[in-house]
Design a protein around this ligand. Structure first.
Ligand code: ADP
Length: 404
């Protein structure tokens, strides 16, 4: 049977591992054929896989418990069920590349050791990203792996966007603003000129509003500033995270309530944001469907936070030429887009209500000074494209060295 090269993309979290399979050996021809996840890792693992038309291919409980065994299962399943697919590479979403990694990198033992050194910067995410890489290397050592970083896209930012006003020695130690959701912003930076070629050089505010949410100020497709900082806690309110909070609150909690680091971490990562304010849910859909005043307040706080950060980021760019909404809330919530745009009205943003309801690509009114777009993000495709590029260039460089 004719076999086609394919790339496995992995986004590994604490209890779940999301995956996709892309066919193709060049980025122009990448075709997403399967996606799914292994959930309940460490408790009751379950496997779900769908094809490109969202047809369920598998939905079953799994016996295996450790990551290597689960990845082994996934590889065997792909080999058996995805006809004609031959995996030639794996690409991983890795939350932190520190200051060292400004681009995707092929995994080697040295790279892995450097990435392990970054665990203190992202203790809730980085260990799981790396565990998946190590497990995959164990079960399929010949498969080349590439790490793609959520921080890398923001390395183009000027010094003043990356630096906290704290003593220099702390900055030099790495206590600085890194920014996240970079793979999503990079995808949008590539898509926007296809949708609106006249905006290739523009100052664009990209609102990545998902369960984690951040904003990026982008000029000519490069990150100039972003709302997340040292960790993914800063910026706008999120599903369960507060966004920007006066650091004095944390000192108060430590002194007056005797809270320790772990308790504060739980408060900030899991109990705040939409969930904390509404007391109902971290999911925007639930808040939109609720009549409870606290749900309306949570929604208002979210939109206020996005508009306020958006205005600040327009300042970082020295003006605003376009706005893009993306990710779960940004792509799907007519109400959030409408509220945020209203609050940015003074900057020249006016929506076309019907286009907004219809989720058109361009949702601004014909006479809006600032065009507004809804562009679905695709971080997995970005990783697949980076993985192929990184391996192709690595091979080319090796060939060059051999010829010398
Ligand atoms: P993640 O950060 O987990 O990748 P997503 O980008 O997938 O998050 O966004 C998930 C969130 O999107 C959900 O928690 C929900 O709040 C929101 N969402 C999804 N669909 C809708 C919808 N139709 N209306 C409002 N919000 C939605």
């Amino acid at each position: 049977m004719l076999q086609r090269d394919a790339c496995l993309i992995i986004n590994a979290g604490s209890s779940s591992l999301k995956f996709s399979v892309f066919l193709g050996s060049g980025k122009a021809e990448l075709e997403a054929v399967i996606n799914g996840q292994i959930s309940g890792i460490g408790t009751e693992p379950r496997f779900l896989a769908k094809d490109a038309s969202k047809r369920v291919l598998a939905d079953q409980a799994l016996e295996q418990s450790d990551r290597a065994a689960l990845l082994g299962f996934l590889l065997r399943w792909i080999e058996r069920e995805a006809e004609g697919v031959r995996l030639v590479a794996a690409g991983h979403r890795v939350v932190h590349g520190g200051t060292r990694f400004a681009a995707p990198v092929r995994l080697t033992p040295e790279v892995l050791a450097e990435l392990e050194g970054l665990i203190p910067l992202a203790p809730l995410h980085q260990p799981h990203n790396l565990a998946a890489m190590k497990a995959l290397a164990e079960v399929f050592p010949a498969l080349p792996q590439v790490a793609c970083f959520d921080t890398a896209f923001h390395q183009t930012q000027p010094w003043q966007s990356q630096t906290f006003a704290i003593p220099r020695e702390l900055t030099e130690e790495g206590v600085r603003r890194y920014g996240f959701h970079g793979l999503s912003y990079e995808y949008i930076a590539q898509r926007l000129p296809q949708v609106a070629p006249e905006l290739a050089e523009a100052r664009v505010l990209v609102c990545h509003l998902g369960s984690g949410a951040s904003l990026c100020a982008m000029r000519a497709g490069k990150s100039v500033d972003t709302s997340m900082g040292f960790t993914a806690l800063d910026g706008v309110p999120m599903g369960t995270r507060p966004g920007s909070i006066d650091p004095g609150v944390l000192i108060y909690l430590m002194r007056q309530k005797g809270m320790g680091a772990d308790e504060i971490e739980r408060l900030l990562y899991h109990k705040s944001g939409l969930l904390g304010v509404s007391g109902i849910s971290n999911d925007m859909r639930d808040l939109e469907n609720s009549d409870a005043p606290a749900a309306a307040e949570a929604l208002e706080l979210f939109c206020h936070g996005v508009a306020k950060q958006g205005a600040a980021l327009a300042g970082s760019m020295g003006g605003l030429d376009a706005v893009v909404f993306t990710a779960g809330v940004g792509e799907n919530s007519t109400l959030v887009r409408s509220r945020v745009s209203e609050k940015l009205g003074w900057l020249g943003v006016t929506l076309d209500a019907a286009a907004n309801r219809a989720k058109a690509t361009r949702i601004s009114a014909a006479d809006s000074r600032i065009p507004v777009f809804v562009i679905p993000t695709d971080e997995e495709r970005m990783i697949a494209s980076h993985t192929l590029d990184t391996l192709a260039h690595g091979t080319a460089r090796h060939a060059l060295l051999a010829a010398e």
